[in-house]
Design a binder for this molecule. Structure first.
Ligand code: CMX
Ligand code: CO
Length: 152
């Protein structure tokens, strides 16, 4: 974080918790754990080659602004991916938080103005055609943080 004063201009603030990302070795086994333990069901499954993950979104609840909150279960598809590196260092567990916003580029620009490194110069494609950027965990109190703009 920089010591510069916090900018006071208009800022597209995130409005909700979209998901908690959880790194796992075996997506099927992880899905089964959440189904058996809590009754959560998979709403969406896909492979995102750019991010190096096979993933499942499990809906936990809806939100007042029409969004929803999910668990995102993440299994790596390649050894050099962020999730594979995380698993090698830490084992399975919470990998990141994602906040929902109506305008991911505007939110990222406002957050960058506040001294936090945005890891993606342009938004990338996330789950189900969403637009995503990541913020550096070292600028966020050790929490890898994602901003996500839903495709609908
Ligand atoms: N949470 C908190 N800290 C993390 C972290 C995480 N998930 N991943 C890495 N770090 C920390 C490490 O502990 C390490 O800290 P120290 O220097 O104190 O040891 C530091 O960051 C560097 O770790 P690294 O293993 O060398 O990792 P890299 O620097 O190569 O990459 C990061 C770290 C965050 C830049 C990279 O993981 C990244 O770009 N992530 C964003 C993309 C991503 O995670 N995609 C998967 C999810 C996709 C989705 O949600 O759709
Ligand atoms: Co995510």
């Amino acid at each position: 974080m920089s010591d510069a004063p916090v900018p006071t201009g208009p800022f597209s603030v995130p409005t909700r918790l979209d998901h908690v990302g959880i790194a796992c070795h075996d997506l099927g086994a992880s899905i089964e754990f959440y189904r058996r333990t809590y009754g959560f069901e998979v709403e969406h499954e896909e492979v995102n080659e750019e991010q190096g993950v096979r993933e499942a979104m499990l809906r936990v609840n809806g939100t007042d602004d029409g969004g929803a909150t999910y668990l995102q279960l993440l299994e790596p598809t390649r050894e050099d991916s962020p999730v594979a590196k995380f698993l090698a260092r830490n084992g399975e567990g919470v990998h990141h938080l994602a906040f929902g916003t109506d305008d991911v580029a505007a939110s990222a620009a406002g957050i960058a103005d506040r001294g936090v490194r945005v890891l993606d110069a342009e938004p990338r494609t996330g789950t189900a055609g969403s637009k995503i950027v990541f913020l550096h965990p070292k600028d966020c109190g050790g929490v890898l943080t994602e901003l996500v703009q839903s495709s609908h």
